[in-house]
Design a protein around this ligand. Structure first.
Ligand SMILES: C[S@@+](CC[C@H](N)C(=O)[O-])C[C@H]1O[C@@H](n2cnc3c(N)ncnc32)[C@H](O)[C@@H]1O
Length: 289
């Protein structure tokens, strides 16, 4: 541990605010790298004579803040970690930083399934850091999860996160194209969830550098209209889902109607668009007839 005076820390915070730098990102850096949470800061304000114990030395922490400001590098990639729901995930630039709006997919999935139904097999297609699949098996201990990703490095990170967060739960990982590695589960999957790459070309090309320069293109880019991967996932779904099985997709703000049409053409009913916390039609769901 590295001690600094509370006064020095608060002077730094004041300087960041004066320079109109992003204070929320600073608090995230202080938490993820320095080991000081916002509630710790609140207590320090009350007991301002106390020393602050940081997990890294003050100079190195300052360097990391400069790295963030100069290159727009997300704090989560600098700290190699991110909070999501009530978990802390390990990250590298091989995986997307799990987004706050995606957290809701876990509730949607859990609410859709009859609580009496214990033998649920679910698939998380494009698992990235493993966030969705790990949250689901942690919160529904009788469920069995199958998580796929095209990227072997992503699978390695997801496996590590699973071991650290919820090692006793039933979750297997597979590397490959969407459903393909799950061929042994054809016709057996009760629920499939995917937050696939869905950003259309024009939008992708204008993404801020904090996203474009650091987050993996294969996690974001969905082809010309953003629907390239979604079409594949939907057209192969009938081979893998049980009759009555659900598909939950995250999508771009304007894709839901088109996705509902695709689902209908592929034998789904009970179609619904669900708004995210910002009021955007972010999730589209359907049930295989
Ligand atoms: C938007 S990210 C979602 C990551 C994670 N599920 C989340 O919500 O944070 C999409 C993921 O799909 C993976 N992916 C892209 N193309 C794929 C494919 N053809 N088959 C399987 N996974 C793919 C990417 O590597 C990436 O991890």
């Amino acid at each position: 541990m590295f001690e600094i005076s509370t006064k020095d820390l608060f002077l730094w915070i004041k300087d960041i605010k004066n320079k109109k730098q992003d204070i929320d990102n600073f608090y995230l850096l202080l938490d993820l790298i320095g080991g000081i949470s916002k509630s710790d800061l609140f207590l320090l304000r009350i007991n301002s004579n106390e020393k602050v114990c940081l997990k890294i030395d003050f100079h190195s922490l300052k360097k990391k803040w400069i790295e963030h400001n100069q290159h727009s590098k997300p704090i989560q990639y600098i700290s190699k970690s991110s909070y999501w729901r009530n978990f802390k995930f390990e990250l590298t630039t091989d995986v997307l930083i799990p987004r706050v709006e995606t957290e809701q997919i876990v509730e949607i999935a859990t609410d859709i399934i009859d609580p009496e139904d214990k033998n649920i097999i679910f698939a998380d297609l494009g698992t990235g850091s493993g966030s969705i699949a790990i949250a689901l098996v942690s919160e529904n201990r009788s469920w069995k999860g199958l998580a796929t990703d095209i990227d072997t490095n992503a699978i390695d990170i997801a496996k590590k996160n699973h071991k650290k967060i919820s090692s006793g739960s039933k979750l297997n990982f597979y590397c490959g194209n969407w459903w393909e590695p799950l061929i042994h589960y054809a016709g057996m999957i009760n629920l499939a969830i995917s937050n696939p790459p869905y950003i259309p070309r024009e939008v992708y090309e204008k993404l801020p550098s904090s996203v474009m320069d650091f987050e993996p293109k294969k996690a974001l880019y969905g082809g010309e209209d953003g629907l390239y991967h979604i079409k594949q996932i939907i057209s192969d779904a009938p081979k893998f889902l049980v009759k009555g099985g659900w598909l939950i997709l995250e999508n771009h703000f304007d894709q839901s109607k088109k996705i509902q049409n695709l689902l209908q053409e592929n034998g789904f009913d009970s179609l619904k668009t669900i708004n995210d916390m910002f009021g955007i039609g972010r999730f589209t769901i359907g049930r295989y007839k």
